[in-house]
Design a protein around this ligand. Structure first.
Ligand SMILES: [Zn+2]
Length: 136
């Protein structure tokens, strides 16, 4: 008998259940956006190959659109990763704790950014230092 690789999720209750569902929703939204942007980027690439864009002006706007789609895709990939890490941390019982100082991140903040890993205090300190992840 081979054991399934699929991770068995603990049964979340109460607040954790809410947090878990919020993270899963956020994950779904980001994945949907990524799919859309990947499709758009591919579309632009295919148009290029078909020679649909013949004018220089069109080409450059297509290039920048393509770049923008790819940039969005990268950013969304980062957010997706953070969401998945947050889910892991929820499973480990570490969710909602600032990874810098260990303080509890307020629920209000987690509602807006379920993948937040810093409390506001640490985040603003990083901002002042010029180190700042714009996704957090
Ligand atoms: Zn902190």
């Amino acid at each position: 008998m081979t054991k399934s690789n699929k991770r068995v999720l603990p049964v979340f209750e109460g607040k954790q259940k809410e947090q878990y569902e919020r993270l899963m929703r956020a994950r779904e939204i980001v994945m949907g956006q990524m799919e859309q942007h990947a499709a758009d980027a591919l579309d632009i690439e295919n148009n290029d190959k078909r020679g649909v864009t013949t004018h220089m002006a069109d080409m450059s706007s297509d290039n920048s659109r393509h770049e923008m789609e790819l940039r969005l895709l990268t950013e969304e990939g980062n957010v997706l990763q953070m969401i998945e890490e947050a889910i892991e941390r929820l499973i480990d019982g570490e969710y909602g704790r600032c990874i810098e100082c260990g303080d509890q991140i307020p629920d209000k903040r987690l509602e807006i950014r379920p993948h937040a890993i810093y409390c506001v205090k640490c985040k603003s300190r990083f901002e002042k230092m010029g180190y700042f992840s714009k996704h957090d």
